[in-house]
Design a protein around this ligand. Structure first.
Ligand code: TXA
Ligand code: MG
Length: 323
């Protein structure tokens, strides 16, 4: 689809699929309840799960929410980029966007095509990941084009998403601020920028109470259609290899040097680099799923690195039997 067509659709309360640096997004005007309802319907998303609103910069963010010195500092450092800030919303944001919450999640994407469209339309764009509810987020044109079948909104082809997993979501309405969803912006980086300790994702964040606060944290999410068996460690997965026949195995790095002739094997990276693994994760889950085998086998990553935790979070939610 051309930029002009896309802008025309967005101006008329329509929906388009746009590339971002994290994952593709299903975008519409964030100021139109009618447009937002179309997005919920296409995704099959429960109306209780709020959307992220995309803006060009902090000054545009302040038109839709109550910004503060912390959001200012964080945006100077991380925007445009994969950090969503949860702040008290202003009245111009319809309740449909925020699932009735009095806060809104806002971020400034860095993908040049997304930014070009934001500056052309001149209003904020709500955009959840461009997948059916609870399915794997798309990170390439090939993965997104089949997601909505005949109902698919037109797509702006932005190639492969650079980062590959969704933004870090940081709640700035609590004291101290709290990470609600792990992503490529880490707790350490955020603390360095604002100079205060924040709360990480913990059991409480995942509790019933918190899932009401940020309903997208529901544990079943990002699921391939093929059951994904998740092993606690790579060694546990390796122990099971002899019993796996004609199924799919996803290994963290090529240097595992295993002989797995009896299965379809994908490697998330060459040498185990977290940024490379995040970049490849959803695309490899899509490829694995398309093989239509009985099961997919993968393991958690055994490193304390926070990006590995973000990846483990996605893998756990994608898995059929939780460990
Ligand atoms: O990287 C991303 O964040 C991508 C790209 C397209 O920007 N978007 C994305 O959107 O992942 P989505 O809808 O799949 O995830 C949004 C999640 C919600 O499920 C919820 O957990 C959290 O962000 N969220 C949004 N608004 C919130 C709010 N007001 N309060 C708490 N959590 C919120
Ligand atoms: Mg999503």
């Amino acid at each position: 689809m051309s930029f002009d067509e896309c802008i025309h659709r967005l101006n008329n309360n329509g929906v388009c699929i746009l590339p971002s640096e994290t994952v593709y997004g299903l975008a519409c005007s964030a100021l139109s309840a009618e447009a937002v309802q179309k997005v919920f319907k296409l995704k099959g998303r429960p109306s209780s799960n709020p959307l992220i609103v995309h803006v060009l910069d902090h000054s545009d963010a302040s038109k839709i929410c109550l910004t503060n010195p912390l959001s200012e500092k964080l945006s100077q450092f991380f925007w445009p980029g994969p950090l969503t800030l949860v702040l008290p919303k202003k009245n111009c944001v319809p309740p449909e966007v925020t699932a009735g919450l009095d806060t809104v999640g806002v971020r400034s994407p860095s993908h040049p095509k997304f930014r070009k469209i934001l500056s052309s339309v001149g209003f904020p764009l709500a955009a959840p990941s461009a997948n059916k509810s609870n399915k794997i987020s798309p990170t390439s044109y090939d993965d997104v084009k089949g997601e909505f079948g005949l109902d698919s909104p037109p797509i702006i082809d932005g190639g492969t998403c650079e980062l590959g997993i969704e933004s870090t979501v940081l709640d700035l309405t609590t004291n101290p601020p709290q990470i609600l969803r792990l992503g490529m912006c880490t707790k350490d980086q955020i603390e360095d920028v604002i100079g205060i300790k924040i709360r990480g994702v913990n059991k409480i964040t995942r509790s019933h109470l918190a899932s009401k606060k940020s309903p997208g944290l529901m544990s079943k999410h990002y699921c391939p259609d093929t059951p994904l068996i998740l092993y606690r460690t790579i060694d546990k997965l390796i122990e099971s290899l002899p019993s796996i026949k004609d199924e799919v195995i996803i290994l963290p790095k090529k240097s595992h040097n295993l002989s797995v002739d009896n299965a379809h094997t994908f490697y998330l990276s060459e040498f185990g680099d977290p940024i490379e693994i995040a970049h490849n994760l959803y695309h490899i889950l899509h490829l694995s799923d398309r093989l239509n085998k009985k099961r997919i086998h993968a393991s958690l990553l055994d490193n304390k690195n926070e990006i590995f935790s973000a990846i483990n979070d996605r893998l756990s939610r994608a898995s059929a039997n939780c460990l």
